[in-house]
Design a protein around this ligand. Structure first.
Ligand SMILES: C[S@@+](CC[C@H](N)C(=O)[O-])C[C@H]1O[C@@H](n2cnc3c(N)ncnc32)[C@H](O)[C@@H]1O
Length: 275
């Protein structure tokens, strides 16, 4: 059996632990309760931009514990969620059974780079959002995996933190560039707590991550022959990217109207040409 790269082992330990903390969700950050009551709890940007999912087969890459996958499953025809965390996927299955969607949902444990070794299907819509590519060293290889799962004529929807904001940190109340924008080495980060505003302390505190410049996203998909349907930038994001951000009742983080005029998020839709 081939050995996992160090960054996979380190990040997986962190994500397995985070998945448990997120599923317990003491601060109701993930809105599992509203989801079980029937609400679509995907970020509002995803809901608006993905549009009507009825009749579609959907692949959710890096689906975490399946909350967004299952929100989409209520209208989609069927969904498959991929993730490398067995803890996250066990919770996804538990959630699917709890909300009566298990017949529509399938979960596959895999490193995204090896996904084609375990899944040989194509989908109408491939979906990935908010906190996906920062864990991955090679964007072009990721795009190739994603593109391989799209049916001819099918689409890929992706929403993410904006690469321009990822290089900033808030230092004494000022946003300061701390990471080079063009930077190929892993950024080693340490955090005591996960992003769901939980007070539970992490034991696996270290993660390896990467910031990918915007041009890499564009080049990766254009080089594969995909067509860009839209590209949007957003003043909002689903997590506290900077300490002074405010969260509203929908779970939307922003600086408010008088805060820095900065792109915090981005989203894009790509289409694979029909055969
Ligand atoms: C921030 S979450 C995804 C965001 C999702 N919208 C959410 O919060 O529910 C990131 C996910 O990526 C997964 N992940 C990280 N690296 C991965 C890899 N190499 N292969 C597959 N999954 C990976 C983690 O296990 C985690 O579930």
């Amino acid at each position: 059996m081939s050995q996992e790269p160090d960054y996979i082992r380190i990040n997986k330990a962190n994500w397995n632990e985070a998945a448990k903390i997120h599923f317990e969700d003491p601060a109701d950050w993930y809105k599992i309760g509203p989801f079980l009551a029937g609400q679509d709890v995907r970020f509002h940007v995803d809901i608006e931009e993905m549009g009507d999912l009825s009749g579609l087969s959907l692949l959710h890459a890096q689906c975490h514990f399946g909350l967004d996958t299952l929100s989409a499953a209520r209208s989609a025809d069927r969904v498959v969620g991929l993730d490398f965390s067995p803890v996250a996927l066990a919770h996804a299955q538990e959630l699917a059974e709890k909300c009566g969607l298990a017949h529509k949902a399938r979960w596959i444990e895999t490193d995204i780079y090896k996904a084609h070794e375990v899944l040989d299907e194509t989908f109408d819509l491939v979906y990935a959002s908010w906190g996906v590519t920062g864990w991955l060293p090679d964007l072009a290889a990721w795009a190739k995996v994603i593109a391989g799962f799209i049916k001819p004529g099918g689409r890929f929807y992706y929403a993410e933190g904006h690469p321009c904001s990822f290089i900033l940190e808030e230092v004494d109340g000022r946003l300061t560039p701390m990471t080079p924008y063009w930077h190929r080495e892993p950024i080693i980060e340490t955090a005591d707590h996960s992003y769901n505003e939980s007070t539970v302390k992490l034991e696996n505190r270290v993660v390896h991550c990467w910031n990918h410049p915007l041009s890499d996203f564009m080049t990766a998909f254009l080089d594969l022959g995909l067509e860009l349907v839209f590209f949007h930038e957003h003043r909002v994001i689903p997590w506290r990217m900077f300490p002074s951000m405010q969260r509203d009742e929908r779970g939307v983080y922003s600086f408010g109207p008088d805060g820095p005029n900065l792109p915090l998020g981005m989203s894009m839709m790509w289409r694979k040409p029909a055969a």
